[in-house]
Design a binder for this molecule. Structure first.
Ligand SMILES: Nc1ncnc2c1ncn2[C@@H]1O[C@H](COP(=O)(O)OP(=O)(O)OP(=O)(O)O)[C@@H](O)[C@H]1O
Length: 352
């Protein structure tokens, strides 16, 4: 059983606050993903949970007990790093035995744990190999195996896939999801890749500049982003943000005309509209924002059209791959589907 509580956790490095009051509850057996742009504090937060860094202030409780004075080795937490430093002179078996031996376990128990981890991670045929005789993905699995043999209650993974190529990355990602089911522990996974976060997580924690922007299930974040940061961070291609001025149900964009969006929240005059690429229809005239075609991307099953509104905003819209505007500068009309538009306060960026 492993339940984690972070309460107003802060961290300063030489006078700069890099974590600015983190409050977070992580339930037993959850797979939680910390996601956010480079430098937002994900690794720092993870290192604090592991006990590798001190907090400047705040509390971290594991199953209700403060971890303030508990050293890393006594927390029941194992961490797998981005650079999975294996010992080059030891074979896979020895590398995996290392952590478990440090715990003072006897030889038979260590062996039992290694065999179990090797089976789970399909490393059995590789136990006698040296790290240099392994592929990147295999090395990464050994690093995970080494953490597994310690039987941690909490598993921390810091960008474990970043050194792998795209194909391997999706393989190992599947393995990690399966591993989480098999071991039934709590897992915290750090990435700056929102696709990785969406596919793996029970719960995503979106971080930005040392703060949490939103916590929720992948679907929740996609369908009801709390603010413009989360709205544009989650989802690919990105949601377009459009500054509009409201009069009744009509939303006007400088140089592109106005569109009626019935059902919009009542408040706000200066509003930011959030429209995902599949929430636009491309029309020739009629209701919609006037725009100038810039270029298109063909992806096989669909295509994306990029167009510029009168105020300079670049908009992306999904379209059928077949007939689409071809000439840069061509005038098109982009009609947002009212029910799929997100509304944010024009100033604060918070969801209306
Ligand atoms: N030991 C340190 N001394 C001073 N500043 C540090 C130290 N470690 C991290 N920082 C700073 O703290 C901030 C957060 O870093 P952190 O590594 O937690 O970010 P991250 O979200 O994990 O980024 P990335 O995705 O690039 O790994 C950064 O601005 C970083 O430069």
């Amino acid at each position: 059983m492993a339940q984690l509580s972070l309460r107003d956790v802060r961290k300063n490095f030489k006078g700069t606050e890099v974590l600015r009051g983190i409050d977070l509850e992580i339930g037993d057996r959850e797979l939680v993903v910390f996601v956010g742009p480079s430098g937002c504090g994900k690794s720092t937060l993870l290192r604090m949970i592991a006990g590798l860094d001190d907090m400047t202030s705040g509390e971290f409780l594991l199953n209700g007990a403060s971890m303030r004075d508990v050293p890393p080795s006594r927390r029941g937490i194992a961490m797998v790093f981005q650079s999975y430093a294996l010992y080059p002179h030891m074979d896979v078996y020895e590398n995996m035995a290392f952590g478990a031996r440090l715990q003072g376990l006897d030889k038979d128990e260590v062996d039992r744990r290694i065999q179990e981890a090797a089976r789970m991670l399909r490393l059995e045929p590789l136990l006698k190999r040296k790290p240099r005789e392994l592929s990147g993905g295999q090395r990464q699995r050994v690093a995970i195996g080494r953490a597994l043999t310690r039987k941690p209650e909490v598993f921390l993974l810091d960008e474990p896939l970043s050194n792998l190529d795209a194909a391997l990355r999706s393989d190992v990602r599947l393995e990690i999801a399966k591993l989480h089911e098999d071991i039934g522990g709590t897992m915290i996974y750090v990435t700056h890749d929102q696709v990785e976060a969406m596919t793996l997580a029970d719960k995503i924690v979106v971080m930005n500049a040392g703060r949490i922007e939103q916590v929720g299930a992948p679907r929740e974040l996609y369908e009801r982003p709390a603010n413009t940061f989360v709205a544009t961070f989650i989802g690919s291609p990105r949601m377009t943000l459009i500054r509009a001025t409201r009069k009744g149900d009509a939303f006007a964009v400088a140089g592109s005309g106005a569109v009626e969006l019935p059902g919009a929240p009542a408040s706000g005059t200066e509003v930011t509209l959030g429209v995902r690429p599949d929430a636009f229809e491309i029309a020739q005239g009629g209701q919609g924002f006037g725009a100038e075609f810039v270029y298109s991307e063909y992806l096989g099953n669909d295509a994306y059209v990029y167009a510029r509104l009168g105020d300079g905003t670049l908009v992306s819209a999904r379209t059928d791959p077949a007939p689409r505007p071809e000439r840069p500068g061509e005038r098109i009309t982009l009609r947002p589907i009212a029910a799929a538009v997100h509304f944010f306060d024009g100033e604060s960026g918070q969801r209306l």
